[in-house]
Design a protein around this ligand. Structure first.
Ligand code: FMN
Length: 243
């Protein structure tokens, strides 16, 4: 095994969901800053970066958020909480930002074939996927057209509001995992949580209607008692296949 592989193995083995944090041990908040900056480097769909990460640090705000997380132990005892949010409503701004970044390196049109592909991707395809109306009519229509087109050849068939939510949650979950592994590397523990009141949490963060909370991650120095049981995983042959 290469050295990096050994280190990674150690981090993955070490990361456990911590339900009881130590309130007195030393904690460096800069580790959260570094880990969130690393989280922004996670792979994400079309590089649209439809995410936001909210740090909750003061005792008052932490207590409020713990209540929204139904007073789970991990939330109550965390030294910091980070809320990972999906902002699929920002697709237009972000695709424009990405396209402008490309454009400044492309120079003046006419574009070559690759550049034209990038133009089409961010200016034509992304709007087709992400544009939806509140009644879901456009999404259903897209789905139907794509289904018929897919009868002839393999075709991307995502385009409803639910599809774009799933796309967003996949990317944000990868950012959350990057954050958690980074906090492990910093010598601290984490606990991902989806046990919270969505409506109250969105209100707490002052988020718009179309924003969605992916998960809350509690972090801080862990305790022995905070690991509730030995790690349990299904046997590999039940989940890893070769075809
Ligand atoms: C999306 C997601 C949501 C979770 N929600 C909670 C939660 O609300 N409360 C909690 O104590 N643990 C929560 N967990 C932690 C899981 O229970 C935990 O990852 C699982 O039991 C495996 O244990 P391990 O993380 O120690 O390997 C969540 C994990 C994930 C990935």
């Amino acid at each position: 095994m290469k050295d990096a592989s050994k280190i990674f193995e150690q981090l993955v083995q070490q990361r456990r969901s911590m339900r009881q944090f130590d309130s007195t041990a030393e904690f460096d908040p800069e580790s959260v800053t570094r880990s969130l900056e690393r989280a922004t480097l996670a792979p994400n769909s079309s590089n649209l970066q439809l995410w936001e990460f909210y740090r909750v640090r003061t005792p008052e705000k932490r207590a409020q958020l713990a209540k929204i997380c139904m007073n789970q132990n991990a939330a109550r005892t965390a030294r910091e909480l980070v809320v990972f949010v999906v902002r699929k409503d920002k697709w237009k701004d972000h695709s424009q930002w990405i396209w402008n970044s490309y454009k400044s390196s492309f120079g003046e049109p006419p574009y070559d074939k690759g550049q034209q592909k990038t133009y089409n991707y961010y200016n034509k395809l992304i709007p087709i996927i992400y544009k939806n109306d509140i009644f879901g009519i456009f999404g259903a229509l897209k789905k139907m057209l794509l289904f018929f087109a897919s009868l002839r050849k393999p075709m991307y068939q995502q385009g409803t509001s639910k599809d774009t939510s799933i796309i967003g949650h996949k990317s944000v979950a990868l950012a959350a995992q990057t954050f958690m592994l980074s906090m492990t590397a910093e010598g601290y523990d984490t606990c991902p949580m989806e046990g919270f009141d969505f409506r109250r949490l969105k209100k707490f963060l002052n988020l718009p209607r179309r924003a969605e909370v992916c998960m809350v991650v509690a972090t801080g120095p862990g305790t022995k008692e905070g690991i509730y049981h030995e790690r349990m995983r299904l046997p590999n042959d039940q989940v890893i296949f070769e075809i």
